[in-house]
Design a protein around this ligand. Structure first.
Ligand SMILES: Cc1cc2nc3c(=O)[nH]c(=O)nc-3n(C[C@H](O)[C@H](O)[C@H](O)COP(=O)(O)OP(=O)(O)OC[C@H]3O[C@@H](n4cnc5c(N)ncnc54)[C@H](O)[C@@H]3O)c2cc1C
Length: 397
């Protein structure tokens, strides 16, 4: 039970302080932070660790804001707390390899959000204004300044939002490395354990049931990505988390020639070169999903559209062959904000969710850990509280 991936054989309920449901980045990062602080934690993963979004994503560290669903004043105003989380995320990623004593390919050499039209440049101006007002280091630069940083950019680029903290990390490595460190500190991590039912015995007293065993926990954290809403329903909590299937493409390798993360304010595009020389190209192009067997597939339309969007601003890609394409299941909330906090309807029951969860995963896990390690001392940020969807405030038992 103490070893990564081992399964408990005993029929007796296992007792723990915190039961974490989900072995993606958020669950593994939380297990690490709790175990290191001496909190007893059991993580239950129904499949294998890091096999869903956390291990199939693009590995981009989007420290500057993505393009929000709306750029009007109301949306941008609502994004202020989120910008502050992005500032924390930059610090978290810069320090994680030293903090956890792991090597997971973190490279933060900056990134450019491109504009090719005057309208797009206006969007960037609004984005930069909100980012800078909340302490995020971003600057609006001209197309020529962008090309001075990245000579391979097309002449059509007329402006860019530059953020020196944007970057990437190896998504295949991060969550498993943190899980290993969590077990070093005493966390129990078990795979192949599908949480099928939760009984609320009273405040801070829960029984979780998997086909193999029961777990009695004082506190629960649901970190189950797109399946979070299915689990919160077990205690009567409805959350509007909507799934989205995204596809990714990888090209053949080139000598090192791009160390920036490239995005586009008007097109679905993220682009970067990995240490091995391949380009990872994505940006929100849809895939296909069959929920009954959790099957994800790519589409020719998305592959062609994504590579066209990339080659339009980075012509080098026109001559590169795509070697691999895949799809993963992500999810998001209607306001694009994470959910970090306790459910008032079942004291001790917590939710940890982020749509941009690779970038924000470490930070969200840290905030959740602070709430659990020193209950009542860490101020829950109302912008991220589950109560915003439920209409009731969290009270302590
Ligand atoms: C293709 C793609 C590209 C992306 N690119 C980026 C990017 O470049 N940068 C970025 O910041 N974000 C990106 N994202 C988003 C990011 O990957 C996710 O937000 C993040 O990985 C979510 O992590 P998680 O731990 O919350 O969820 P997940 O990684 O989905 O993990 C949830 C886990 O919960 C488990 N689980 C579910 N139900 C149960 C149950 N009943 N019992 C036990 N276990 C259960 C699942 O098996 C799964 O392992 C991308 C997403 C996709 C799909």
């Amino acid at each position: 039970m103490n070893k990564l991936g081992a399964s408990p054989r005993s029929g007796r309920p296992i007792e723990t302080d915190v039961a974490i449901i989900g072995g993606g980045l958020l669950g593994c990062a939380l297990a690490f932070k709790l175990a290191r602080a001496g909190v007893d934690a059991v993580l239950l993963e129904r499949g294998e660790l890091n096999r869903e979004a956390s291990g199939t994503n693009a590995g981009s560290l989007h420290i500057q804001l993505l393009r929000p669903p709306g750029m009007e004043a109301a949306w941008l105003e609502r994004f202020r707390p989120l910008v502050r989380l992005h500032v924390e995320a930059a610090k978290a990623w810069r320090s994680i390899e030293a903090e956890a004593e792991i090597a997971v390919g973190v490279r933060m050499h900056g990134g450019l959000f491109l504009a090719e039209t005057d309208d797009e440049r206006c969007l960037l101006e609004k984005k930069v204004a909100v980012e800078c007002a909340e302490g995020l280091d971003t600057t609006l630069i001209s197309g020529d300044e962008a090309r001075a940083m990245c000579p391979l950019l097309a002449p059509s680029v007329i402006a860019a939002d530059y953020c020196p903290d944007d970057g990437l990390a190896n998504a295949l490595l991060v969550a498993p490395a943190l899980a290993r460190r969590a077990t070093d500190y005493g966390a129990r991590i078990v795979t192949g354990h599908d949480v099928r039912a939760i009984t609320v015995r009273g405040p801070n007293d829960f029984i979780l049931e998997t086909p193999q065993c029961g777990v009695r926990a004082r506190r629960i954290v649901v970190a189950a990505g797109p399946w979070t809403g299915q689990i919160t329903k077990m205690v009567g909590m409805d959350l509007p988390i909507g799934p989205n299937v995204l596809s990714m493409n990888v090209t053949e390798a080139r000598p090192p020639e791009l160390d920036l993360l490239i995005q586009h304010i008007g097109r679905r595009l993220t682009l970067k070169q990995t240490e091995s020389g391949t380009y990872i190209v994505g940006g929100g192009w849809p895939g296909e999903y069959v929920a009954t067997d959790n099957w994800k597939g790519t589409s020719v339309e998305s592959l062609a559209g994504n590579m066209w969007a990339a080659a339009a601003v980075f012509p080098r890609l026109t001559r590169l062959r795509v070697l691999r394409t895949w799809a993963g299941l992500g999810a998001n909330t209607p306001d694009w904000h994470p959910i970090i906090g306790e459910y008032a309807g079942a004291p001790g029951f917590h939710v940890l969710f982020a749509g941009l969860g690779f970038t924000l995963g470490l930070t969200c896990a840290q905030r959740m850990a602070d709430m659990l390690i020193r209950p009542g001392s860490a101020d829950a940020d109302a912008a991220f509280a589950p109560a915003r969807y439920i209409g009731c405030a969290v009270g302590r038992s």
